[in-house]
Design a protein around this ligand. Structure first.
Ligand code: ASP
Length: 341
C-alpha cells in the first residue's frame, strides 16, 4: 500500500514537473520548409490581449510567407532565413532590431549570427548599437570577411564598409521595452523576489529562422537584443555558433532563452551531434537537450530546428514560445502557448 502511495506521489510530481515542457514535432513532408521563432519565455494567455495575440500571429505569418515565397521559386535557405528574420527585426514586437531590450545603461546592444549548413560557413556580430538589421551584418561577416565573429565598434565599422544601413541608436527605442527595464531595475533595487522574477521573465523575445531549400541545403540564423538589464557588454548565446545557432548537412537549429545556459551546454551543436553520433531523430535530440539536460539545471528556453528531410521540432521548457512553420503547399502555422496544437 505504502509503495503504491509513493508511486502515485512520484507520478504526480513528475507530471507537474513536466507540465511546462513542450516538444512539438512535425513530420517532414517535402522540401522546402521554413520554421521560425520569436522568443520563448513566460508567455501566458492572461498577459496578452487578443489584439496582441493577433499581431504576433500576423507578423509570424508575414515572415513565414515571405521566406517561403523565396524557397518556393528556388531561392536558397540563406535568402529565406534572412528575409524572415529582417521582417521580425523591423517589427517592434520582437526583441531584435527595432524593439530590442535595454541594457543596464539604457542602450540597445544587439547580437546576431547565421550558419549555412551546405558549406559550413558562419558569421556573427555582437554588441552593436547602430546597425539597422544586425542579421545582414552577420551575413556580411560570413560572406565577405575572413572572420566568424566581429564585435562592437569594429563590427559597426565593418557594416559601414559593407554599405549596410546604419541608424541613430534612438531608432531601436520602444516605450514598452524601456518600461520593462525600469520595472526590472526597481524590483532588483528593492530585492522583491517575486517582482524580480516577473520582470526577468520579459527578458526574452529573440528571433530565429531555419530553412531547408529545394536543393536540400539548410541554413539557420538568430538575432536578438539579448537580455533586459544586461551589464558590462554581456553577450548571450545568439551570436555564438554552436550555442544559439548551428547548421550542417543533417540539421539546423536556432535557440532562444537564458543564453548563459545555452552557451555552457553548446545547445544547438549538442542537438546536431546527438543526431550524427547517436543516430537519434531530430525530435528526440531536441527533447533530450531542452527538456532533460537544460531543464534539470534550470536553463529556460527552447529551440526551433529542422532536419534534411524537412522534419521540424519546436521544443521549449517555458510556458510559451512564439513560433511557426510552413511546408510545401500548406498554409503558415503559428503558435504562442504550449497547449495550442
Ligand atoms: N538567448 C538570448 C540571450 O541570452 C535571449 C533570448 O533568447 O531571448 O541573449
Amino acid at each position: 500500500m505504502k509503495k503504491c502511495i509513493l508511486f502515485f506521489l512520484l507520478l504526480l510530481i513528475t507530471i507537474s514537473e513536466y507540465s511546462h515542457l513542450i516538444a512539438q514535432n512535425v513530420r517532414g513532408s517535402e522540401m522546402p520548409t521554413l520554421v521560425i521563432h520569436g522568443g520563448a519565455g513566460t508567455i501566458l494567455k492572461e498577459n496578452l490581449t487578443s489584439q496582441e495575440e493577433q499581431a504576433y500571429h500576423d507578423k509570424l505569418k508575414e515572415a513565414l510567407n515571405a521566406g517561403y515565397e523565396i524557397l518556393n521559386v528556388g531561392g536558397t535557405s540563406e535568402e529565406a532565413v534572412i528575409t524572415a528574420i529582417m521582417i521580425m527585426e523591423d517589427s517592434p514586437l520582437f526583441n531584435a532590431g527595432k524593439g530590442a531590450v535595454f541594457t543596464n545603461e539604457g542602450t540597445n546592444e544587439m547580437d546576431a549570427s547565421i550558419m549555412n549548413g551546405g558549406n559550413g560557413s558562419a558569421g556573427a556580430i555582437a554588441g552593436v548599437k547602430t546597425i539597422k538589421n544586425p542579421i545582414l551584418a552577420a551575413q556580411a561577416v560570413k560572406n565577405n570577411s575572413d572572420h566568424v565573429m566581429l564585435s562592437g565598434a569594429g563590427a559597426e565599422k565593418f557594416a559601414k564598409d559593407q554599405n549596410l544601413d546604419l541608424v541613430d541608436p534612438s531608432y531601436f527605442f520602444t516605450e514598452s521595452r524601456k518600461q520593462q527595464l525600469k520595472k526590472l531595475q526597481k524590483a532588483e533595487k528593492s530585492k522583491e523576489e517575486g517582482s524580480i522574477q516577473k520582470w526577468n521573465d520579459y527578458k526574452y523575445g529573440t528571433v530565429g529562422a531555419v530553412a531547408l531549400d529545394k536543393n536540400g541545403n539548410i541554413c539557420a540564423a538568430t538575432s536578438t537584443g539579448g537580455m533586459t538589464n544586461k551589464k558590462y557588454g554581456r553577450i548571450g548565446d545568439s551570436p555564438v555558433i554552436g550555442a544559439g545557432t548551428f547548421a550542417n548537412k543533417i540539421c539546423g537549429v536556432s535557440a532562444t532563452g537564458h543564453g548563459e545556459y545555452f552557451i555552457r551546454n553548446v545547445v544547438a551543436y549538442d542537438i546536431a551531434a546527438k543526431m550524427e553520433y547517436k543516430k537519434v531523430s531530430l525530435g528526440a535530440a531536441a527533447e533530450e537537450v531542452i527538456l532533460d539536460k537544460l531543464k534539470a539545471i534550470g536553463g529556460s528556453g527552447g529551440v526551433i530546428a529542422l532536419d534534411a528531410k524537412g522534419n521540424i521540432s519546436m521544443t521549449f521548457n517555458t510556458p510559451g514560445m512564439y513560433r511557426g512553420y510552413i511546408q510545401k503547399e500548406s498554409k503558415p502555422m503559428t503558435f504562442i502557448y504550449k497547449q495550442e496544437y
